[in-house]
Design a protein around this ligand. Structure first.
Ligand SMILES: Nc1ncnc2c1ncn2[C@@H]1O[C@H](COP(=O)(O)OP(=O)(O)OP(=O)(O)O)[C@@H](O)[C@H]1O
Ligand SMILES: [Mg+2]
Length: 248
């Protein structure tokens, strides 16, 4: 469903010079699978996900979503995708409900379908009491829920979430995690990036560890524990990163 082959992104930065943010990575994510992308700050998670979301163009390599090449058919690929990142914005003056519905219309949904799906998402994320609140008056947790809802309004086949639970309280993160699990059961292909190893262990079927732009290990949580001979997922992560040098 999601195929990434030898994907590379080099930034030419005036101050820092040449930065290989994503270095020849390959992986696949199937329908009904949650793939965790884990790495330290600056490891290349967001850049990888932005390449998949057609926001950035790869320097080399390819990626496709449901058979659609992200470089050759970016518009069609994008229509299959729900992408949440830290930069996913909300319009301050729109109410939560209006915000979600508006994106439904942008995705080409009929008014009736957009209404129906908006109500569904408001129920899923327990936003009923806030549906008529303007986005700039929402708490950060509710903003995050509305952001997720607006990226999922067209019921995409491919879901990519860049650190969706960052800064959320335990109940709100659980709502997000439950949503992701439900979407998995519905057969979606999901990438979930985080730097919280325990969260990845609970949620993800397979985990890819990214370090200095390279994928240094891929496997189920149990496989990664076996490879590293560690029981605790934080230890697994630290071991893999240390074995691959240059811990920053
Ligand atoms: N537009 C850009 N121009 C230059 N360098 C960039 C650009 N975007 C990202 N980088 C660099 O690429 C590297 C990877 O960054 P990226 O944002 O992908 O990391 P990340 O794993 O998402 O980190 P974090 O956990 O902090 O979100 C970093 O060195 C970053 O500074
Ligand atoms: Mg990031």
């Amino acid at each position: 469903m999601i195929t990434v082959k030898n994907l590379t992104k080099v930034f030419e930065d005036k101050k820092r010079g040449r930065i290989v943010a994503v270095d020849n990575i390959s992986f696949e994510v199937n329908r009904g699978e949650i793939f965790g992308l884990l790495g330290l700050n600056g490891a290349g998670k967001t850049t990888t996900l932005r390449l998949l979301a057609t926001i950035l163009k790869p320097t080399s390599g390819t990626a496709s979503l449901d058979g659609l090449d992200v470089v050759k058919s970016p518009e069609k690929a994008k229509a299959k995708l729900g992408f949440l990142t830290g930069a996913t914005g909300l319009y301050a003056r729109l109410q939560a409900r209006e915000m979600i519905r508006y994106f439904g219309l942008l995705y080409g949904m009929s008014e009736a379908d957009a209404d129906k799906r908006t109500d569904e998402l408001i129920a899923i994320f327990n936003l009923k009491d806030f549906a008529a609140v303007k986005c700039d008056k929402l708490s950060s947790g509710n903003k995050q829920k509305v952001s997720i809802a607006r990226t999922m309004v067209h019921d995409p086949e491919v879901i990519i979430l860049d650190e969706p639970t960052v800064g959320l309280d335990v109940i709100t993160s659980r709502a997000v995690v439950n949503f992701v699990n439900d979407e998995k059961k519905r057969g979606k292909a999901i990438i979930f990036s985080t730097h919280v190893m325990h969260e990845a262990e609970k949620l993800c079927d397979r985990i890819g560890i990214i370090h200095y732009g390279k994928i240094i290990a891929v496997g189920t949580p149990d496989e990664l524990k076996t490879i590293t001979r560690c029981n605790d997922m934080d230890d697994v992560f630290v071991k893999l990163v240390e074995d691959n040098g240059n811990v920053s």
